[in-house]
Design a protein. Structure first.
Length: 228
């Protein structure tokens, strides 16, 4: 076998799970669109905000706007939404995720309905906007900006990000207490918006399931150490 032939057959293959993820993503947006038709509560969300289990326990359908911006980029549909955001006065130096998200909502508002050719059917108009401070400033201001295009109420929480040289033992108690208070405030907001009280037994069951999922996820990562 020639060197060229060996090089052609040395590419890495995708895993079975990677091949299935596209179907999972499509189903996620279909679920949100169906929820809108059924008049169930829909929340715009951001990743790494520590509130996913709370929303699941309260039957609030989650739509992750940053993820949708990534999908638009992959489907080569991001530019039209970025152009719309700039036309609305937002700088082209603004985070690309935020440009796409703001542009999408601005265009949907202008059209009075879903933009044509929106990837995977688009994001339905939300009933609430749940932001947080984790990662960058646009994540705090993004949903505030959407007030120009939707009447959905907004609730932001602060997710603490201690500096890398912080004494974690010294700040742990304060950090846990602070985050607990932030999440209690969010629960009160969600109860007001939905007209339902939190089912804490259900919440704890969901948290236990998530913790087990994370344990198995870590076991899968450990298997990656194996050679070959």
């Amino acid at each position: 076998m020639t060197q060229e032939a060996r090089e052609k057959t040395s590419s890495r293959k995708s895993t079975e799970s990677a091949g299935k993820i596209r179907t999972v993503v499509k189903r996620m947006y279909q679920k949100a669109q169906q929820a809108k038709e059924e008049k169930r509560k829909i929340a715009y969300c951001m990743v790494m905000c520590n509130y996913e289990e709370i929303l699941e326990a309260m039957d609030i359908v989650q739509v992750y706007t940053e993820n949708y911006a990534g999908l638009c980029a992959v489907k080569r549909e991001a530019e039209q939404y970025m152009d719309k955001a700039r036309a609305e006065g937002y700088s082209d130096l603004l985070c690309g995720y935020a440009q796409v998200g703001i542009g999408f909502d601005a265009l949907r508002h202008e059209l009075g309905g879903m933009p044509p050719d929106a990837p995977d059917g688009g994001m339905p108009d939300p009933d609430m906007l749940l932001g947080c401070t984790m990662g960058c400033d646009p994540r705090w201001k993004w949903y505030q900006a959407l007030g120009r295009y939707t009447d959905a109420p907004i609730y932001n929480i602060e997710v603490l990000m201690p500096p890398s040289d912080a004494d974690m033992d010294a700040i742990k108690e304060h950090s846990v207490r602070y985050m607990a208070e932030e999440l209690r405030g969010l629960i009160a907001f969600l109860e007001e918006q939905t007209g339902r009280k939190m089912d804490y037994d259900r919440l704890m069951a969901i948290i236990r399931q998530v913790e087990e999922t994370r344990w198995w996820w870590q076991q899968a990562y450990e298997l990656r150490k194996a050679i070959p």
